[in-house]
Structure formats: structure tokens, C-alpha cells
Design a protein around this ligand. Sequence first.
Ligand SMILES: *[C@@H]1O[C@H](CO)[C@@H](O)[C@H](O)[C@H]1NC(C)=O
Ligand SMILES: *[C@@H]1O[C@H](CO)[C@@H](O)[C@H](O)[C@H]1NC(C)=O
Ligand SMILES: *[C@@H]1O[C@H](CO)[C@@H](O)[C@H](O)[C@H]1NC(C)=O
Ligand SMILES: *[C@@H]1O[C@H](CO)[C@@H](O)[C@H](O)[C@H]1NC(C)=O
Ligand SMILES: *[C@@H]1O[C@H](CO)[C@@H](O)[C@H](O)[C@H]1NC(C)=O
Length: 440
Amino acid sequence: MWSLMNILAVATALTASTVAQSNNSDVDSSSIIYQLSTDSEFAFLLEEYLALASGGGSATGEVLRAASQIVSGDYESWYSEFKFLGDAMHEKATATNATRFPVSARDNYFRAASYYRAADFFLHQNQSDPRIYSLWDIATADFDTATSLLDVPPIILNISGPGFTIPAYYFSASPKHKPGCTPEKRPTVIVGSGYDGSQQALYHSLGRAMLERGYNYISYEGPGQPSPRRYQNLGFIPNWWDVVTPVVEYLHTLGDVDTTRIALIGESFGGTLAPRAASVEHRLSAVVAIDGITSMQTTLLEQFPAQLTALYNSGKPAVFDEVMLGLMRNTSVPTNLRWVIAQGMWSFNTESPYTWLQKLGEITSEKDTLEKITCPVLVFGAEHDILPVQQSRDMAAALGDLATYYLFKADVGAGEHCQLGAEAQLAQVTFDWLADVWGL
Ligand SMILES: *[C@@H]1O[C@H](CO)[C@@H](O)[C@H](O)[C@H]1NC(C)=O
Ligand SMILES: *[C@@H]1O[C@H](CO)[C@@H](O)[C@H](O)[C@H]1NC(C)=O
Ligand SMILES: *[C@@H]1O[C@H](CO)[C@@H](O)[C@H](O)[C@H]1NC(C)=O
Ligand SMILES: *[C@@H]1O[C@H](CO)[C@@H](O)[C@H](O)[C@H]1NC(C)=O
Ligand SMILES: *[C@@H]1O[C@H](CO)[C@@H](O)[C@H](O)[C@H]1NC(C)=O
């Protein structure tokens, strides 16, 4: 029987280890990107928010200032600094006459929304924390106000799915249509995030790049992702095609979509979800996995300290839960492990780490799933990914002739998970490949 002593032993062992750190043999430590925090999880997230700058979702000075104030590993400090920035940009936005200065108001609303989302990031450990909801309410409201000030605002809608609704933003690449004109049909990309990302952030990281290339795009969130988790109380589901198919159906009702050229992109854990959906939804003409992940559960069980993995496999859920919850709440334990437990339980809508890990194991894109895909798939790997790059190679290998594989390089700053901070390189490879597939 596991005693408190054993639990403490695991916790002690963990302070010396780093979970979810890169250990890819392809890359040596000299290729690690500049770190904005001594806490590797904080550094990664700061990079994520800094990276939104090129798409108008943040500003470098604002994020670097927050980075200078945040106490490494201190969740409340992270919250306070980003809440401060969110409030500051929100005040600037509301003080701007949006009729007279729509661009100024819009840009402030976009950044306020990002910083409010950032403020929420490390709060999920206590699922009753009301800030999880209040921050998201204001972040979404500010984002929606910002998009209403675009030249061509998106259609903001909820699509009906089986037993849930799918919040979505549809951005048309066509200039405003004149009444009575038939809109030009354009290629269209469906884009979704992963384990923790929002569809709003995708506007800044990939959305604008698609519109500039003349592609329409629709972003969506399914169960487990930020908005359905909060407003419908739903955790991740394995039947991800039930999320994507209603989105495809919706696109088929629009006049400006070329339905022979619909692609699906999944980012981060979306690199599992998108191929999984495409194994059942065959009206997609192409899929992009940023990056290819065959099994998150396998990754975690490999990266956990051996003692923890052995405990999971020992079939004692109550003991495993006690140990994991102890680790999650222990501020001496590395943030990456504490966060991955908290976010796992939150996004799977459970208070049990065991249940989370078990359900995570049902959501894979391995050979049995991949062999049902019928369209070309672009599979990305990243040299310095926090997740094992080998899984992206496995995914491409299982897809055989349908796969195009591309490895992003660390020496030109593109080696991070999801190519954070190198969105221009990501966009070039992704969208030029799509143009080839579509024969454009
Ligand atoms: C938290 O972890 C530290 C260091 O690993 C350990 O010494 C301490 O006993 C743990 N605290 C609890 C409450 O488990
Ligand atoms: C990383 O991989 C090397 C080589 O396979 C191994 O010796 C080392 O223990 C690994 N480090 C961690 C933290 O897993
Ligand atoms: C905002 O600007 C518009 C257009 O210049 C003007 O008509 C309106 O009075 C202004 N509103 C406020 C509250 O100043
Ligand atoms: C979680 O948050 C709620 C609401 O703020 C609070 O009442 C509760 O004490 C918190 N629980 C823990 C374990 O901190
Ligand atoms: C979509 O549904 C949410 C509740 O889940 C609601 O708050 C929101 O207003 C709806 N949006 C639209 C555009 O109907």
C-alpha cells in the first residue's frame, strides 16, 4: 500500500527531474531557444504569447515587461501580470472612439483578449475558481468586439453537433459582397487547436496568413476545448469526427466555399484530433498535423518518472489519484508536471487524474486510425518539440504515400512545439503545400 512516505518520495524525486522537457536525440541543448523564465513551462507560455505579436495578438514590449515581473513558477504572479496587461489594453480600447478610430480600438481589443486568456492559463488546478469563467467571458467579448471592427468581420456562430454545440468563427476571404452578387468560391481551411489553445489565438497565429492567401477559414472548438469546456461543461471525446463533420456540413451551406477544396488543420493535440477526424470524415481534401502526435498518453507515460508510470499501470486508481493530486498542489514540484495534471483533469472534465489519463488513452492517431484516411496529410515535426518528434515520423510512416513529412529546424528558430515564434515559416510550408494539393 502506498503511504504518505511513498508519495513524498515521488515528489522529492520529481523536483530533480523535468517532465515534458525535450529529450529528442536530433537536437543538442545549444539549439534551445532563448528562455524568458527560469521555469521552463512559464518560458514556453511566454514564448507562445510573444509569438502572437506578429499577428496582432500581443506586442513584444508588453509581453517582455510581463516576463520581467512574473515570479518564476508562481501562478498568482503570472495571473496578476497578465490581468494587469489585459485591463490596461481593455481600458485603452474602451476609451477609444471606435467609430472614428476603428483600427486603434480593434488592435487594443485584440491584445486585451489575448492577455485575459493568458491570465487564465495556470488557474485550472482549482476548477471552482470563478476567474476561469470571468476571464474567458471578457476575453471572448473583447475578441468579438475586435473582429466586429475588421473590414470583413467573421460570422460568429454555434454549429449544432450531436449532443453539443460547436462555437466557430467563419472568416471569408472575399471582399464584402455587393447585394445580389454571386460570391467567388474559394478554398477553405478548418482549423482547430489542441489541449489548451483557443480558437481566438489561431486568428493571430494562422488565420490572417490564410486570409492573405485568399483562403477562407473557419475555426472551431469541440468538447474539452476552452469554450465548450466552460459553457457546456464538456470534456474531450474520442469521436472527434462528430465535431468536424458538422463544421464541414456548415461549409457546404455557404456560397463562397469551394467544397472540393476543404482542408483541416490541427495544432498541438489537434495534431492527433485532426487526423482522427479525417479517418471518418472523407470530404476533406487535405489534412495538416502541426505537429504529428500519435498518442499523448504514451508520451506522458514515457516522460513521467518511472515510479509514477508504474503506479498508473499498477491498477490502483485511488492511490494514483492521491499521489497525482499531491504533486499537482505541491509548489516544489516542476510546473510542467503540475500543469499537465491540472489541465488534463480540467479538459477531460474530471477530478480524477487516473480517469483523465485513461480517457486520454482513447484519443490516439495510430496506424489503425490513420489507415482509414483517404486524403493527403502534411505531417510536421519540430526538432526541439517538448513532445517526442519520433511520433511525427511514426505518423508519416503509417500514412505511407498519403503523407508529406516536414521537419522544422531549431537553428532558424522554428524548432519549437507548433513552430511557436516562426509562424511565417509554418505558414509558408503549410499553405504552399495546400496550393499544390489543390492544384492552384
Ligand atoms: C512537496 O515536495 C517537496 C520536494 O519534493 C517535498 O519535500 C514535500 O514534502 C512535498 N510536500 C508535500 C505536502 O507533499
Ligand atoms: C534523454 O535521452 C538520453 C539518451 O537516450 C538518456 O540518456 C537520458 O537519460 C534522457 N533524459 C531524460 C531526462 O529522460
Ligand atoms: C465618435 O466619433 C464619431 C465620428 O467622428 C462622432 O460622431 C461621435 O460623436 C464620437 N463619439 C463620442 C462619444 O465622442
Ligand atoms: C477553489 O476556489 C474556490 C472559489 O474561489 C474556493 O472557495 C476554494 O477554497 C478553492 N479550493 C482550493 C483547494 O483552493
Ligand atoms: C453560442 O453559445 C454560447 C453558449 O454556449 C452563447 O454564450 C453564445 O452567445 C452563442 N453564440 C452565438 C453567436 O449564438
